[in-house]
Design a protein around this ligand. Sequence first.
Ligand SMILES: NC(=O)C1=CN([C@@H]2O[C@H](COP(=O)(O)OP(=O)(O)OC[C@H]3O[C@@H](n4cnc5c(N)ncnc54)[C@H](OP(=O)(O)O)[C@@H]3O)[C@@H](O)[C@H]2O)C=CC1
Ligand SMILES: N[C@@H](CC=O)C(=O)O
Length: 436
Amino acid sequence: MNTSSRKPLRLALLGCGSVGSQVVRLLREQADDLTARTGAEIELVGVAVRRPDLQRDAEVPRELLTTDAVGLVSRGDLDLVVEVIGGIEPARSLILTALENGASVVTANKALLAEDGSTLFAAAEKANRDLYYEAAVAGAIPIIRPLRESLAGDRVRRVLGIVNGTTNFILDKMDTLGSGFAEVLEEAQALGYAEADPTADVEGYDAAAKAAILASLAFHTRVTAADVYREGISEVSASDVASARDMDSVVKLLAICELRDGPNGPAVSARVHPAMIPRSHPLASVRGAYNAVFVESEAAGQLMFYGPGAGGSPTASAVLGDLVTVARNRLNDVRGPGESAYAQCEVLPMGDTLTRYHVALDVDDRTGVLAAVAQAFAEHGVSIQTVRQEGHGDDAQLVVVSHRATDAALSATVEDLRARDFVHDVSSVMRVEGDS
Ligand SMILES: NC(=O)C1=CN([C@@H]2O[C@H](COP(=O)(O)OP(=O)(O)OC[C@H]3O[C@@H](n4cnc5c(N)ncnc54)[C@H](OP(=O)(O)O)[C@@H]3O)[C@@H](O)[C@H]2O)C=CC1
Ligand SMILES: N[C@@H](CC=O)C(=O)O
């Protein structure tokens, strides 16, 4: 039922997979509410897919499906386009064509925004159309709008969070059920959490793209995925998870973005890597595919955003929220805040970052080894917080946790230890975050 007297807004959907099919479902189930909130009916006029005959989670009238995505976004009568194909191409060309043809765009595509957001924002500005992307970071959690709008008058210093649902799901199951990596990854894929190529999740590319987007918004600069230091979870072993448990900690894949003083003024650092965090830290209780983002700003202090970080339905909720906003803007002939005027801050290298290391060494079981290990740390200016011996004889292991030092000094220490004759193996190295 059209509860508005205004002409319907014409919407094209690009992609109808995990997210797109839930967008279709919500558009249908909440049609009247959406019309009431927007001020006009949103009419779905086409859905671009690769395989039109595939069975989908939502019923899509066959006549709306097309494999001609270019033809769909070029038709010239669209008001709104939702892009949920993912990846760089053809998504970038399709979004640019949609904007050039007068449509406002909502996308969930963090990979594209983190690689070439500046081209897209410039195109949106030129076309005088909106480009919204709340779903691109942390699924259903409202984090883009708070950073772009609510905190625009404050100075954000740090953003720290768990922003990938798939890896959090895997690490959580490894910790709580002792599950194997491959088996849990398959489960995450079946639940629609993982990217089309799950390497993007497992190797930290997805989280790095989200970190780039968060850093850009938080610090009003342009940070790309290539600027973000990245390590994934493929090297995290059951024994790393067990070591964390011994320290009353858990392993999480963290994204950390900071505004720092650089040699030439304000500078940013952005990194994604697994880290041990104490079980008492709020991020340790983020379970399954949930995400959480802490924002620290000068005036507001600490803010925490928490919720489902992946999955078709939660992500579609964020897409629909954007859709209502851009539709309202469209009807009122206005645009939301643009991002094309961001300045360029220096991006600091990972080596300058202050962090702590947890290092497990298989060593000779003889007098003097402990002192020699402490000496190796001291030679790089790194002090040790705790050291613990586990096992004896051939199984002797030292587990060292450092105090805070630069990542460069810590990684040089580890390289140095690898070369020492009393060290048989450096069996585990992991950063420690979330406490002093
Ligand atoms: N899944 C999630 O939890 C989240 C995903 N996102 C982002 O949302 C986007 C979509 O993700 P998701 O739904 O999981 O991905 P899926 O792989 O499930 O769906 C992708 C859709 O795009 C279609 N498609 C692929 N290539 C083309 C093409 N060349 N032309 C037309 N259609 C094409 C596919 O068609 P067909 O079905 O015929 O194969 C499919 O319907 C991505 O950018 C992702 O990063 C963001 C937050 C969470
Ligand atoms: N693959 C992503 C989906 C949401 O962004 C994730 O697991 O977080």
